[in-house]
Design a protein around this ligand. Structure first.
Ligand code: UD2
Ligand code: MN
Length: 345
């Protein structure tokens, strides 16, 4: 067979293949994204997270009790969720080791808190106790939203702590103040915080800290188990069960009941959480329904289907009205008693 005949045969063969299978797809495995992600998921590539410097830092030599696999530090409480997220309890960790690890990372943690209308009265107790007990020795930016910036008391904070006062409008209904926190946090992450902090926590202002809350709270997605409902069966918890609400959790589902007073995680995870929860709030508003516990109901739904990577035990939000059981050895943070009727109106 001469060369020209060979060419013609190859061309006929190719045409047959193309005719039968279509034009072959030329794949570029090294350049193609592994999965289809929408822009909202990808925009948060944080400059601080893309630092590829290879540093071989080692921990300092430390002396501490040896861990043994057959000697659990606590046997009276659940230490791990069924999806292997640690549940943080007093007596289960060594803060010196954690501090040594985190000092090397030099992380900055943001705290978003709101003091609108009469809640300005809680600022001093919150900031005073957080200055002493919250991530002591680590860099923290407090972002305080208020409609009364002039009422923020001047306070001397530790050198590694900074306070940013951000004016915010008020709403006539306290429920709207509480729910809109999700939207405000989400938009501040987008415009600013993604450049400023590594982790972000949202906290109620009507709380005080009594013991250290350290780097043991830091992880990608963190929820706090409510002090009201940590032993209740899931079907008697306060989840929103009405299917008409976007916060609805079907009966028979639910892990823990999480408090909206204290949650957080990496900036990108908190962005996803607050954006999704506020979308739920907005859709409920359009449908003329409000979830049973407002944004807390939406938070509970979110954390059911996006499992937290770390859970804080009720030590991290103990309700002042409850008497403390033996398993809650430490009251690290607690709500301040308030006359609901007086303070919300
Ligand atoms: C322990 C717990 O589960 N707490 C939740 C529960 O709490 P609470 O009863 O603790 O709600 P709350 O009155 O503390 O309101 C939540 C937060 O919104 C802010 N605020 C509220 C009203 C106001 O007039 N001014 C103001 O600044 C403030 O930061 C406050 O701490 O229910 C609320 C909404 O149903 C939120 O989900 C809370 O996180
Ligand atoms: Mn509160």
């Amino acid at each position: 067979m001469d060369i020209r005949k060979e060419h013609i045969l190859v061309v006929i063969l190719m045409a047959g293949i193309i005719g039968f299978f279509g034009i072959p797809h030329i794949s570029q495995p090294s350049c193609q994204p592994v999965r289809q992600v929408d822009l909202d998921e990808t925009f948060l590539v944080l400059p601080r997270e893309t630092d590829l410097n290879v540093t071989f830092s080692v921990l300092p030599r430390m002396s501490y009790p040896q861990p043994f696999l057959d000697k659990p530090r606590r046997t009276d409480v659940l230490l791990m969720s069924p999806w292997l997220a640690p549940i943080v309890w007093e007596g289960t960790f060594n803060r010196d080791i954690l501090n040594a690890q985190y000092r090397q990372k030099n992380v900055i943690v943001g705290v978003a808190t709101f003091a609108v209308k009469k809640y300005v009265r809680f600022i001093e107790g919150f900031l005073g106790s957080a200055n002493k007990f919250f991530l002591s020795g680590h860099r923290v930016n407090f972002y305080l939203f208020t409609d009364h910036p002039e009422k923020v008391p001047s306070m001397k904070l530790a050198p590694e702590k900074r306070l940013f006062i951000i004016p915010v409008q008020n709403y006539s209904r306290w429920q709207d103040i509480s729910m809109n926190r999700m939207d405000i946090i989400s938009s501040h992450i987008r415009s600013r915080w993604r450049y400023e902090v590594d982790y972000l926590y949202s906290m109620d202002i009507d709380v005080q800290m009594f013991e250290h809350i350290g780097v043991e709270i830091i992880d990608t997605l963190v929820g706090t188990i409510s002090s009201w409902q940590y032993t209740k069966p899931r079907d008697s918890n306060s989840y929103e069960r009405r299917p008409e609400s976007r916060a609805a959790i079907p009966s028979g589902e639910g892990d823990f009941y999480y408090a909206a007073s204290f949650y957080g995680g990496s900036v990108s995870e908190v962005y996803r959480l607050t954006t999704a929860c506020f979308k739920g709030v907005t859709e409920d508003r359009a449908n003329g329904i409000e979830a049973k516990w407002h944004e807390e109901s939406h938070l509970n739904k979110y954390l059911l289907y996006h499992k937290p990577t770390r859970l804080l035990s009720p030590e991290y939000y103990w309700d002042e009205e409850l008497s403390r059981p033996r398993i809650v050895r430490v009251k690290r943070l607690s709500s301040v008693r308030k006359d609901l009727k007086e303070v919300r109106f």
